[in-house]
Design a protein around this ligand. Structure first.
Ligand code: 3PG
Length: 209
């Protein structure tokens, strides 16, 4: 089974990042590392994504993932650029199969039983529960945990310092994703000390679980 264990083991919080300029990638990685986070999900929401992944993947201490992957071409680009795992907002069987064939850990989005069944039946052990808060949050995760006791959830969408601990306390929540640690604005302002501080704050919250 291809799973996300290596990504999640040391990172109960995965920063979802939007980089407008690839030249910020390594500085951002350093800021996250300074706060104790060793991964980043670089989203395919800007033209800089592939180059940002390529630059960040040169940094040996950070595990760089590709996020907001919505088609096969992006999946191929992500792999060529050096991404170590791939995250989708929804479920796409072609992308899942491409990742399985290439031994690339993949985290598909799923917020209902049908999509979770597709993930489970493809041999995946994790899904991104997205959009977490808008989909009903923890009560929905608890309800879905009943029929899928083996499935691990990575809630993303509306995760903040206020609800992170509650999500992480759920036995089937392995990690959460959030843009709060390194917002697009903080990156654009090059406020990397605030990003490091937020990473450290998130690590501290996660340590309480
Ligand atoms: C994502 O792409 O995973 C979400 O947009 C992140 O959600 P957030 O901005 O609410 O953290």
């Amino acid at each position: 089974m291809i799973d996300m264990d290596a990504v999640i083991k040391h990172n109960p919080l995965i920063p979802v990042v939007v980089l407008d300029d690839a030249k910020d990638a390594v500085t951002l990685a350093d800021a996250l590392l300074a706060g104790g986070i060793t991964t980043a999900e670089v989203t395919f929401r800007t033209a800089a994504a592939a180059e940002a992944i390529a630059q960040m993947s040169q940094h040996s201490d950070i595990l760089v993932g590709a996020g907001t992957v919505t088609n096969l071409e992006q999946a191929r680009t992500a792999m060529r650029s050096g991404a170590k795992y791939l995250v989708m907002p929804g479920y796409d069987q072609d992308i899942v199969e491409y990742c399985l064939a290439n031994r690339m850990p993949v985290l598909p989005g799923a917020n209902d039983a049908s999509w979770i069944m597709k993930a489970a039946n493809s041999g995946l052990g994790y899904v991104k529960f997205f959009p977490a808060e808008a989909s009903g949050g923890l009560p929905v995760i608890s309800a879905l945990s009943g029929p899928f006791p083996q499935m691990k959830f990575v809630p993303t969408g509306g995760i903040s310092p206020d609800n992170l601990a509650k999500y992480l306390a759920h036995p089937q929540v392995s990690a959460c994703g959030s843009s709060w640690i390194a917002t697009r604005e903080l990156i654009a302002q090059r406020d990397f000390s605030e990003i490091a501080a937020r990473a450290a704050a998130a690590v501290k919250i996660a340590a309480t679980r």
